[in-house]
Design a binder for this molecule. Structure first.
Ligand code: AHR
Length: 498
């Protein structure tokens, strides 16, 4: 059997995970909101129309932040359409997704729902069709205590205490031809800078995210990022990154290697940020907000435009998608020193963690599990694992390590977790030198695997792909040995004591 070796030491620190790395995304898109988290009349819906079967699955993910309301949607959205008495709200066209937006779920409904989840919001303002004035108004509505038009309007809507929303995105993917009212880098950079100033004059405690390149494939990457930062560097805390890893025509070994491009993307964006930092002789280090990341696969349901809540990119992910998804999560963890916000995209029904049927069941996609594991056990000091793993080549990637891994040490809880993926079609033995954790014992070894890489979860078979316990880890004298099954996601947990 093939063998990989790993050293895990407290000295190989990358950085402490920021609380906001464990985030997701709710956009007015497809059936994410309507027939997803919100479905009045559903058997599990409460008086606000929130589906509690979905809510329970969301809560178990232990999310720290949720971005809202878009995405592309936000570039054509008037947030005022979604506040106030519901009977006075009117449906409008959503040109980003060619849908009908009924406006029965808006800002205050989202804030109530996210309160039940127990996460913090990240709000996107419309810098597509709108600009400074709208951004000033929404921040006054949300964060100003009272005595002004917008703050008093909020109070009249029953929300006496300000929402105090801390993190705001200055638009979304405005470099993209698909975006409503895209901009050039200079136009966007200047607009973002002036909007940032106006928003911070109203609430200086907020943090802002400037729009970075939508993908690394954009012809304007990384020039866009450089230009935008040149305008905004002193006024924002984060630059955004997005990435959707899709298998498309690739074979499995190639697909499993694709998170290596995400690694390059992160390195290149860091280099661009640091170039602008040095050009400006700045003492500030720009943080990264990976506020849209996921895997992508062809949808199982065809989208019907100009409907309310028609499923868009509603997809049953396969077992192999969960492996690539896990690897993308590990890639983000490996940059915990610079990536301080990350949002998996999207939470429900669109390339989701959770699938629903209108009027029916809710269940977990296989990708739900790696997210849940990292969210539960991946908080703490991220440790670079020194790995000597066999490698493979494909036509597009060379030297792909069969074992992809990272370790997280939680000093407070006295726990060490090794996340490890076996990218190959045969089992591999992983030898871990954890002598630095000399009084630690094995707590558990969780594994997600399936005989078929194309296995999916359905409404009737919701647990076809689900994690189990593995008894294949042994520990003696600070050296642990695990058997990683073929094509598997592993969470090997050690803790102090017995
Ligand atoms: O699938 C979600 C969409 O993908 C977001 O609206 C957009 O930002 C990205 O292109």
């Amino acid at each position: 059997m093939k063998k990989a070796k790993m050293i895990v030491s407290k000295d190989f620190t990358i950085g402490r995970t920021n609380e906001r790395l464990f985030g997701s995304f709710v956009e007015h898109m497809g059936s994410v909101v309507y027939n997803g988290i919100y479905e009045p009349g559903h058997a599990t819906a409460d008086e606000d129309g929130f589906r509690h079967d979905v809510l329970e699955l969301v809560k178990a993910l232990n999310l720290s932040v949720i971005r809202y309301p878009g995405g592309n949607f936000s570039s054509g959205y008037n947030w005022e359409d979604g506040i106030g008495p519901k009977e006075l709200r009117i449906p409008k066209t959503d040109i980003a997704w060619r849908a009908i937006e009924p406006n029965t779920f808006g800002l205050n409904e989202f804030m109530k729902w996210i309160g039940l989840v127990g996460a913090d919001p990240i709000m996107t303002v419309n810098l597509g069709t709108r600009g400074i004035e709208e951004a000033r108004d929404i921040i006054e509505y949300c964060n100003f205590s009272g005595g002004t038009y917008w703050s008093d309007l909020r109070k009249s809507h029953g929300i006496k205490t300000p929402h105090h929303i801390k993190t705001w995105c200055l638009g979304n993917e405005l470099d993209g031809e698909w975006q409503v009212a895209r901009k050039t880098a200079d136009n966007y950079g200047l607009l973002a800078c002036e909007t940032a100033k106006a928003m911070k004059w109203i609430d200086p405690t907020i943090e802002l995210v400037a729009v970075g390149s939508s993908t690394r494939q954009m012809p304007t990457f990384p020039e866009w990022d450089k230009t935008v930062l040149t305008h905004t560097y002193d006024h924002v805390e984060y630059l955004s990154l997005h990435n959707y890893i899709g298998k498309r025509e690739a074979d499995t070994p190639t697909y499993l290697a694709m998170p290596m491009d995400m690694e390059k993307q992160i390195q290149e964006v860091i280099a661009t940020c640091d170039y602008v930092k040095s050009k400006k002789r700045s003492n500030k280090t720009m943080q990264l907000s990976f506020d849209e990341w996921n895997v992508w696969r062809e949808p199982d349901i065809e989208y019907t435009p100009w409907q309310i809540g028609s499923p868009y990119d509603w997809v049953k992910f396969h077992m192999e998608d969960a492996l690539v998804f896990g690897s993308a999560m590990l890639t983000i963890l490996k940059h915990a020193d610079r990536i301080t916000i990350a949002c998996q995209s999207l939470l429900v029904n669109t390339i989701p963690l959770i699938l629903t049927e209108k009027g029916g069941k809710a269940w977990r996609n296989p990708t739900y599990y790696p997210f849940e594991h990292v969210s539960r056990y991946g908080r703490g000091e991220v440790l670079r694992t020194l790995v000597d793993s066999p490698k493979y080549d494909t036509s597009s990637y060379s030297d792909v390590p069969i074992v992809d891994s990272v370790a997280v040490y939680n000093e407070e809880k006295e726990e060490l977790t090794v996340f490890a993926i076996n990218r190959s079609d045969e089992p591999i033995v992983l030898e871990m030198d954890i002598r630095d954790f000399n009084q630690y014992t094995i707590k558990e070894h969780i594994v997600l695997k399936h005989e078929s890489l194309h296995a999916v979860n359905t409404a009737d078979q919701p647990l076809e792909v689900h994690p189990g316990q593995c008894q294949d880890t042994m520990l003696s004298d600070g050296r642990a040995t695990s058997r990683l099954d073929k094509y598997s996601w592993n969470v090997i947990r050690f803790h102090m004591g017995l």
